[in-house]
Design a protein around this ligand. Structure first.
Ligand code: HEM
Length: 482
């Protein structure tokens, strides 16, 4: 059993914890505006924020005709995402333009009445009653990864980012479509998605950050290629839906079957999700898109942070060994793994998978005395809020203890990896459970060391990930470690 030294134990406050800071972005002294900095922006949307953005409560920018307003305090985030939601329920036009070819009218990009209807229709797929079945898929898939890592032998070099992406796309694929999906179909969906994402990311400086006049920086054929990649994904899913509809009796509780047929909840009774073929297809694509890269990136950053923080890694191993005693975890273990959960939550604080959320104002408003005009883009930036100097002690350090049950829970309008308010992530419970179960299954058996000489850097486009992957070396934990 690994021994935890007393010096590192957190007693009441976080003051005793001394760790070096993990990788951060360079902060410019002032706002970047020059054309030369745009190339850097293409790689990293987080490199624009100067030091004072990590301390201020609101700020605004005017870029040509577009007004931007950044909500950087709990009261302003609450106003936009909760209190005045109907004025700010619309995603930015750039986000809609980038995702519509793939998602159609799917929940992620819709708004108003349609969004309300779809959100209501999709919610039953995320009922707590269905989670045990999905948790089994999570653990089995993670266990398969353990076995493949064991076969690869000790000291194997891997790219942890692609390993985690393979794991989470397998999990989301199986939970949405079930086991009857062929390998060929699964790989076509993943390929189409990857291609689409790469293509829209080439346009993403313009599209994600709301700088439409910069579209000339991207190849004019890129959008056409993206539409073709989206068509490939849609065609595969159409086939799967037709099969489901042809054999309704064999429907297991997959996310897709619940969207199409509803389910008979033991506790909650019959739940209907009245979605037709096209709507169910679009929502299945939303779930695939929203649900795999986010979890994969958070898990990859977690491995990096654990390697960077031997003290936290030792505490994690102590908890896993004590609670699981070498067996594979199940959903019932999750409440007994508070440190594992804290590690995952702290990792999403430092590296929020969706680091920038954008909305467009429908009507005039005033936030903290500042005028908001119809059409203004409102940004809520978890990257800034999660490292804000006024709201966090030692904001740049990895300290899982701040998420332990004996510590006050961070304000939900300051810590928002899954967003907050009406449009909060529908897969929150799913994603959190997946992160904890995958981490518990894998970290019980393996440690991973960053390849010597590799410098980790941050890439932020649609999601936040380690640039160029995360080359690590797997080190199996031996019986003596446990
Ligand atoms: C660690 C994992 C995850 C993180 C950090 C995450 C984060 C987020 C965030 C920040 C949003 C809001 C985006 C915005 O407002 O612009 C969102 C929305 C959404 N997420 Fe997740 N997500 C995760 C996993 C999942 C999973 C596993 C699923 C489904 C299986 C999912 C389904 C959705 C859906 C459907 C929405 C749209 C909700 C709406 O607009 O009403 N997410 N997610």
């Amino acid at each position: 059993m690994a021994v935890i030294d007393d010096v590192a134990r957190v007693e009441g406050s976080l003051n005793d914890v001394l760790e070096s800071e993990p990788v951060n972005v360079n902060r410019p002294k002032t706002w970047k505006g020059s054309l030369s900095s745009l190339t850097e922006l293409r790689n990293n949307l987080l490199s624009v924020w100067p030091d004072r953005a990590y301390n201020g409560l609101t700020f605004s920018m005017q870029l040509l005709n577009q007004h931007y307003f950044v909500c950087n305090s709990p009261d302003t985030v609450k106003r936009v995402f909760l209190e005045e939601h109907s004025n700010y329920d619309q995603k930015s036009p750039q986000m809609r333009r980038a995702l519509e070819p793939l998602l159609g009218d799917g929940l992620f990009v819709s708004d108003g009445e349609l969004w309300k209807e779809r959100r209501k229709a999709c919610a039953p797929a995320f009922e707590a009653e269905l989670l045990p079945g999905f948790a089994e898929v999570m653990v089995n898939s993670a266990q398969q990864m353990v076995e493949s890592w064991e076969r690869a032998g000790s000291e194997t070099p891997i790219d942890m980012l692609s390993e985690m992406a393979n794991l989470t796309s397998r999990i989301i694929g199986r939970t949405i479509f079930g086991d009857d999906t062929s390998e060929e179909e699964a790989s076509q969906v993943v390929k189409g998605f990857t291609q689409y994402q790469q293509l829209i990311e080439q346009m993403s400086l313009a599209d994600t950050f709301g700088l439409p006049y910069l579209r000339w920086l991207s190849n004019p054929f890129t959008r056409l290629k993206a539409i073709r990649a989206a068509g490939q994904v849609q065609a595969v899913i159409d086939n799967i839906i037709e099969r489901h509809q042809a054999e309704p009796s064999r429907n297991e509780a997959t996310l897709l079957s619940v969207l199409l047929n509803g389910y008979n909840g033991k506790k909650s009774g019959q739940k209907r999700c009245p979605l037709n073929h096209l709507a169910a297809r679009n929502e299945a694509i939303v779930m695939f898109m929203a649900g795999h890269e986010t979890t994969a990136n958070s898990l990859a950053w977690t491995w990096y942070l654990l390697d960077h923080n031997p003290r936290a890694a030792a505490k994690l191993h102590e908890e896993l060994d004590r609670v699981l005693k070498g067996r594979t975890p199940s959903l019932d273990d999750v409440p007994n793994l508070p440190y594992t959960r804290a590690v995952f939550e702290e990792s999403m604080r430092l590296y929020p998978p969706v680091p920038l959320l954008s909305r467009q104002a429908r009507a005039e408003d005033s936030i903290r005395g500042k005028e908001i005009h119809p059409g203004s883009i409102i940004l809520v930036v978890p990257w800034l809020l999660h490292r804000h100097e006024r709201f966090w002690e030692k904001p740049n350090q990895f300290i899982p203890e701040r998420f332990m049950p004996d510590q006050p829970r961070p304000d939900k309008f300051v810590y928002l990896p899954f967003s907050v308010g009406h449009r909060v992530c529908l897969g929150l419970r799913f994603g959190l459970t997946e992160g904890i179960l995958c981490l518990a299954t894998l970290a019980q058996r393996f440690e991973a060391r960053l390849k010597p000489d590799h410098e980790v850097d941050i890439e932020c486009r649609l999601t936040l990930r380690p640039k160029g992957g995360l080359p690590m070396i797997l080190v199996p934990r031996t019986k003596a470690d446990m």
